[in-house]
Design a binder for this molecule. Sequence first.
Ligand code: 2M8
Length: 438
Amino acid sequence: EPATRHSGLDHRELRAAAVRVLLANWSGKGTVPSRSLYPHQWSWDSAFIAIGLRHLSPRRAQQELEWLLSAQWADGRVPHIAFNPEVPADAYFPSPDFWRSSRAGRHRGAPAHTETSGIVQPPVHALAAWLVHRADPRESARRGFLPRVAARLESWHRYLATHRDLGGGGLAAVLHPWEPGLDNSPCWDTPLGRVTPAPEDSYHRVDLDHSVAADRPTDLDYARYVRLARDYRDSGYDDGAPHAFQVEDPGFNALLIMSEHALAEILRTVGENPSPALARAERLTAALGERLWDPERRIFAPRELRDDRLLPVAGVSGLLPLAVPGLPRPLADALVSTARGERFRLGQVHMVPSYDLTDSQFDANRYWRGPSWFNTGWLVHRGLRACGHTAAADELREGILHDAWSSGFAEYVNPLTGDGRGIRDFSWTAALVLDLLA
Ligand code: 2M8
């Protein structure tokens, strides 16, 4: 029997447990991904969290997004971390005194009232805002939720369309492996390998105080992350400065397209012109097909801008365009067959592995080098459903719910065994479970 076929899961009990995780991780203004490992507000985490919170408290889901967007810079970027000043500086590395946003980011319009990081994460926010609105349109209208967030979302997307189109082909580029959110994916090994590591005695890895080293990125990866982030900071967070790491990621851009469609709905609802968002969505979708489709592996792949070439890798971010509205049918069909094929074995392993099962760099336990994650599982599920693959979507949904329950809302799971990895009571795991149960 396939590993993903389950029965006997008590959905009421599961829902109650997911609610407990989200209530415990609420900090008063936003939700931390984890009390121990990630004690601040993270950008794409908050978007996924809001998508789940809307079933529990539409108002809290709105506040989650509004709080994150209040950390936005004047140039439009939404920082990947909004720091909570009440949390001790040594609780997470890199801390505010590393990023120095209010000083180093001054010329880009970093807020003076709060400390943030200076890099970004995938733009899931407009999609989340639209789903949150739809969960309770009356409460949304009463609080003026959409008018409050529409201009900020528009300026976020404009930032990505202008400052981040470093390849000139219409896609947004990422400048750090933390930006696509799939930190140590083997997809980045080649471009990251060129980065000179920072001296290891120049910082302390707090993450290893909370998690098993074999489940986390290596010290060498960290030394390179630190170098890239420091260099960007020291340029004053200038997107026009030279960057050692510059990649167009299919997952990041797929989420941007989904969010542009959602933003068009938001603009329409508040009585504004949706055309700019729709035009960007159309341009991005065309560029995704032209620039990132790998006909050999039949998956979308990251493009390294330094050499202007597709990286020969198959990562889960390459499957995420399945959820893009209006993706040409032949591409969607090819993605589904790749997901079912030997590289991801959809339906035969737990959820969707983060990296190619057949590649020598696949590691079933180490973070984004192979384990299955709940947010990418949720996105693939959404794509399968949108493309009419209902049975596969139902099966994946059951698998996600089961793995969340049996792992105690783990951060990620071993795709071959389903064993939980990383930390437990992880917020987006709980939030996306709530969404799938609704
Ligand atoms: C992980 O990334 C952070 C850095 O941003 C870290 O390793 O400390 C990633 O899984 C990322 O996608 C996620 O948003 C973040 C918080 O959950 O943790």
